[in-house]
Ligand binder design. Sequence first.
Ligand code: ADP
Length: 378
Amino acid sequence: MALRVGVIGGGQLARMMVPAAIELGLDVRVLAEGQGMSAAIAVTAEGDHRDLDTVLAFARDVDVVTFDHEHVPQDVLRGLVDAGVAVRPGPEALAVAQDKITMRTRLTELGVPVPDWAAVHDQTELGAFLDEHGGRAVVKTARGGYDGKGVRVVTDPSDVDDWFLAVSEAGGDQALLVEELVPFTRELAQSVARRPSGEVVAWPLVETVQRDGVCAEVIAPAPASAGRIADVAESIAVRLAEELRVTGVLAVELFQTDDERILVNELAMRPHNTGHWSIDGSTTSQFEQHLRAVLDLPLGATGMHAPTAVMVNVLGGPADGDLAARYPAALEAFPEAKYHFYGKSPRPGRKVGHVTVIGDDVDDVVWRARSAAEHFAD
Ligand code: ADP
C-alpha cells in the first residue's frame, strides 16, 4: 500500500508537494480551508485546521501529518499526538516557529546570533528600547504575520498603538516583539532537512532579495558566499534542526551585516519560498525532501544541476487578472525558463507564481529569470 501523507493547509506549498508525491508513488491528501485553494487537485477534506475533531478525522487515514503553514494551534497538535498520529514537525518544534517571541527566546537560549530584541507590552517599554537603539527599531506581531504584514519600522512609541490595543484585547501575557533595525548588507537563507532518525542534509546557502517585506528573488548559491559565511550558515541551520528536533524542511532566514556577521531573522519549518529554486535547480527539491523527511525515508542529494539557479516571484500578476494571456509571449521568449503558477487569482502583491532559470553565469541567469517573470507583470 502506498505511504499516505496528510498535509494541513491548501496553499501553494501543499500544491508543490503534489508532483513530488506522485513521482515517489505517495498518496498525498490535503485538508484545505475552503474551496478553490492552490492545492485543490489533492484536497480530500475541507475544514477548519483550528478544530481538533476536523483535523483528527482527516488524520485518521494517513501515516503522517505535515503542514502547508504554521497556524495549527498547539492544543490541536497535542490532541493529534495524544491520539497516536505522527505529526511532523511535532508540536514542540512548531511552537518555536509559531511565535516570534518564543523564537527569539529559544534562539537566544541556544546562543545563536540574533538582532537585539525585547518583548514589549506598552509604549513605555517600546520607548525605552527606542532610546537604547538610536530612536529607530522594527516592531513585529508575535503571531500571524507573513510577507511583511506584521512588520513595521517605528521611530515613535505611538507608531504601533493599533497593535498594542489588539494585544491587550487578546488578554494573557501577549506582547509585541521589538528588535534593532539591522543594517544588513544582504539577506540570505539556509535550508536543511532532517528526518526523525537524525539524518540532516543542507542545500547551498542562497541570497534573497525582499521588496516591501516580500521575497522577490532568490539566487542559489549566494554570490561570493563560498567559505566562511556558507559554513557558518550551514552549521547554524544544522544545529537548529537538531536542537529543536525539527522533522522536515527547516528554512533559516538570515541577515548578513557589514562586518560579515550573520544574524538569524526567522525560522520556517516547512518548504519555504527561498527554496523554490530547488524544484528545477537541485537533484532533490525541497518538496520531495520534505516528504522523504516526514516519512523518515533516506534523504536525497542536494547538489545543483548548474552552477547557478535564480528564482523570481511573480507578484501580483497582470491587472486584468489574465495570467494565461501572457503565456505565449513568455514561453516563446524564454523557453529555458521553468514557469510555476499556483492557481491563484492575481491581486496586488500576491504571490501567484514563480519562474526559475538555471545556468552558468549569474548576471545572465538573473536577467533571464527577471525578464521571463516580467511578462506576467503590468
Ligand atoms: P515575515 O514573517 O512577514 O516574513 P520577517 O520578520 O521575515 O517577516 O520580516 C520581513 C522583512 O522585513 C525581512 O525579510 C527584512 O527585509 C525586514 N526586516 C525584518 N526584521 C528586520 C530587522 N530587525 N532589521 C531590518 N530589517 C528587518
